[in-house]
Design a protein around this ligand. Structure first.
Ligand code: NAG
Ligand code: NAG
Ligand code: NAG
Length: 268
């Protein structure tokens, strides 16, 4: 009898674990065809992934890409993954159709010039537009811009900084998640007035350990809920461009996605 109970318990846990993995496998697409649509909104291209469920969540996700933009299939697929988790997901084209080349060492590509040309003065208005589009959409909250739609920002590398920027006072975001943010300034962390969560890579020249620890100190001082999660065996970019044949990287990419989803559901 005792043995049977133990067996049943083990089986129960195993079943739950596989249901959990099933949810992950049904929700996160690493490969395949994107399911969202590109639309034009006041001259800005938005990649829109709508939740298929009848009752979408009250929170819309604004997805701020890395320098590869909406041209990178993995960015579209991850945006789609958020929509399968129940959120209207809006990914603005941050680079007006001209993202960085897949190989950043391509001759003639000047990374510092590219970044200088796509700083906050250019990027913030695009994100403002994406938020306005989300708020007015019938696929978020009660729909129709009645203020019921909460805004979650998810940002990767280049985009991570903007997730932080948009939970500062008056910027319109309710909650932020950033994976391996680059060029994030101390003042931008100090200005946070909403919950902020970070997924960091073990090996990351753009967010080395010392800087990560500094962000931790600053998050603590904000008095907001915060989270700093470090993933072993990962490199800069893993939240989007992981090698999913490597079990450690696959785990990290999927868990960073779950980190964002649980963060948004808990704090938005
Ligand atoms: C990137 O995607 C946009 C929108 O689909 C397209 O207009 C543009 O030509 C693409 N750019 C590159 C470099 O592929
Ligand atoms: C790259 O751009 C920066 C900033 O605009 C500039 O100072 C630098 O000279 C450029 N480098 C090359 C190799 O063109
Ligand atoms: C991806 O990971 C697998 C398994 O670790 C490895 O065999 C493969 O070489 C990796 N691919 C790249 C492009 O690094």
């Amino acid at each position: 009898m005792k043995l049977a109970t133990t067996l049943a318990l083990c089986l129960g846990i195993a079943q739950q674990a596989s249901a959990f993995q099933d949810w992950i496998d049904r929700t996160i697409a690493h490969t395949g065809e994107p399911i969202g649509k590109e639309i034009d909104y006041n001259g800005l291209t938005l990649y829109v992934s709508k939740p298929a469920c009848k009752k979408p969540k009250k929170t819309a996700v604004i997805y701020i890409t890395d320098v590869f933009g909406i041209n990178l299939t993995e960015n579209k697929l991850l945006a789609d993954s958020f929509s399968r988790a129940g959120y209207l997901t809006i990914t603005p084209d941050m680079f007006a159709g001209q993202p960085a080349p897949a190989d950043l060492n391509t001759p003639g590509f000047n990374a510092s010039a590219f970044l200088a040309a796509h700083g906050p003065a250019v990027a913030d208005p695009k994100i403002d537009d994406a938020i306005a589009y989300a708020r007015a959409s019938s696929s978020c909250g009660n729909g129709g811009g009645d203020g019921d739609c909460k805004i979650a920002l998810t940002g990767y590398c280049y985009g991570g900084r903007y997730a932080f920027r948009f939970v500062a006072g008056g910027k319109g975001g309710d909650v932020a998640f950033a994976a391996h943010p680059s060029a994030l300034e101390e003042g931008e962390v100090e200005a946070v007035e909403g919950p902020a969560s970070v997924a960091a890579a073990e090996i990351d020249d753009l967010l080395p350990a010392q800087q990560r620890h500094r962000i931790e100190e600053l998050l603590l001082q904000t008095g907001q809920p915060y989270q700093m999660s470090l993933y072993s065996g990962t490199f800069h970019g893993f939240g989007v461009r992981a090698n999913v044949s490597d079990p450690e990287q696959k785990f990290a990419k999927e868990t960073a996605f779950l980190q964002a989803v649980h963060w948004f559901d808990s704090w938005a």
